[in-house]
Design a protein around this ligand. Structure first.
Ligand SMILES: *Cc1c(COP(=O)(O)O)cnc(C)c1O
Length: 428
């Protein structure tokens, strides 16, 4: 079991919604920071631990700056994400570029700001050399193929487009050494939203063994291994959160068994977690607008999958609570839906919930708040504008209890910003 919390009471929300109308994302600074400190404490047993926060999970420079002040770096996969990291004051090797099908411009930017470049393919060694030029420190991304089971979201490594094969990793490091690179790192990313501790320990073990093989076959001594992202969060209340202590103790056993006897100690340990860092500490807050009773009972919200698409995209479960009705019986069965002209625009299907009052019940105003949990990662970030929907804004609950807007909601001007309609009048 894990406790699904929401930091504001209904009365606070009423007040907040007068200043910032729903829908909006709310993030809890205290929750995020305490979580980061727990992670860092557990990983402090390893040399040079660093988590590069996967910017794609929550690409907001205020959040990135907050994480940077807690000692986190950034993991970027695009030109704009590199700019976001820089904007937040994250510098040099605290930034990792783990992209794929990378254009030259991205490599050039990464090289210029001194980010760690993580190559997704063996052909990129030459590509990088001919474009941005090879940096001193270089990382290779490993795809274990049939040697590692995948997981539900990311799929089987053998079918995944990412990374180099085992044989290419060995060849790649030899080649890099020949070409004069001086510092080396190894990366993998084989899971997404994985809650199994043994799975993550096995990933570390696999990379440690490969680090030893690289040393033996090429003479290259890795500076660090990056175990990637993919740490799961317990979206369902009955699931257990990963215990960082148990996880790191397991990784330490593998480290002592494999890395130390090979003479590779100290080997830096890095991760690239996004979801687990901010996910459980963010919520999409909407209000119920309409109730509809046909073959099923529907509650229609003022948000839609354009604000958050995980449930529609992966049938992902997101817990839902109704502030002020925490203790009410779960007497109703609803589909909680958005307003998009797509029938998969459902935040929850056949969910047991308390009876929900809508704006329609109140003559058009008010309506219960509907809080969608675990929306702090891959939430607002995956929003889109289909159907002319305008994405909502983001609020941050500071540690002192104040609330700041860290992104305003979109306006129609934003929606039309890429159109130049000056030629429309004479366009026939
Ligand atoms: C998405 C991604 C991450 C972050 O994954 P989470 O599931 O958010 O922890 C890290 N590294 C790479 C290369 C990714 O693509």
């Amino acid at each position: 079991m894990n406790r699904k919390y929401f930091p504001l009471a209904r009365i606070d929300l009423e007040k907040l919604a007068r200043q910032y109308p729903t829908p909006f994302y709310l993030y809890d600074e205290k929750g995020i920071i305490e979580n980061v400190r727990r992670i860092k404490a557990a990983y402090s047993i390893f040399p040079g631990y660093l988590n590069h926060f996967a910017v794609k999970a929550l690409p907001n420079p205020f959040i990135l700056k907050m994480l940077a002040s807690e000692g986190l770096g950034a993991d970027c996969a695009s030109f704009s994400e590199l700019l976001l990291a820089e904007m937040a004051g994250i510098k040099g090797e605290d930034i990792m570029l783990s992209s794929n099908e990378t254009p030259a411009k991205e490599y050039e930017t990464a090289k210029k700001i001194g980010a760690v470049i993580n190559l997704d393919d063996i052909t990129h060694i030459e590509f990088l050399e001919k474009t941005a030029g090879l940096p001193e420190l270089i990382s290779l991304r490993y795809n274990p193929g049939p040697l590692k089971q995948g997981n539900a979201i990311i799929g089987k490594p053998q079918e995944a487009k990412y990374g180099l094969t085992r044989e290419q990793i060995i060849r790649g490091f030899s080649l890099l050494k020949e070409k004069g690179a001086g510092r080396f790192a190894l990366h993998t990313m084989v899971a997404s939203n994985e809650l199994s501790i043994p799975y993550h320990i096995e990933t570390a073990r696999m990379l440690f063994e490969l680090a030893v093989e690289v040393l033996n076959k090429t003479g290259v001594r890795l500076e660090f291994v990056n175990l990637g992202g993919g740490m799961g969060i317990p979206y369902r209340p009955e699931q257990e959160a990963v215990d960082y202590q148990v996880l790191t103790e397991g990784i330490q056993i593998a480290y002592n068994e494999i890395i130390k006897p090979a003479g590779l100690d100290p080997l830096g340990i890095r991760t690239e977690w996004g979801r687990i860092i901010t996910g459980p500490y963010g919520w999409l807050v909407s209000r119920a607008v309409h109730k509809k009773e046909i073959y099923r009972n529907y509650i229609g919200l003022d948000s839609c999958m354009a604000d958050m698409m995980r449930p529609a995209l992966y049938s992902a479960y997101h817990h839902i609570t109704i502030p002020g009705k925490e203790a009410a019986p779960l007497s109703e069965t609803y589909d909680i839906v958005g307003s998009l002209c797509e029938n998969n625009d459902k935040f929850a299907v056949q969910r047991q919930l308390p009876k929900i009052d809508t704006a329609a019940d109140n003559g058009g105003a008010g309506g219960d708040f509907v809080v969608i949990h675990d929306a702090g990662a891959h939430g607002r970030a995956m929003g889109f504008n289909y159907n002319g929907k305008l994405r909502c804004g983001e609020l941050l609950l500071r540690q002192d209890g104040s609330i700041v807007q860290i992104r305003r909601p979109e306006t129609v001007d934003d929606y039309f910003a890429t159109l130049d309609i000056s030629g429309l009048k004479n366009f026939k």
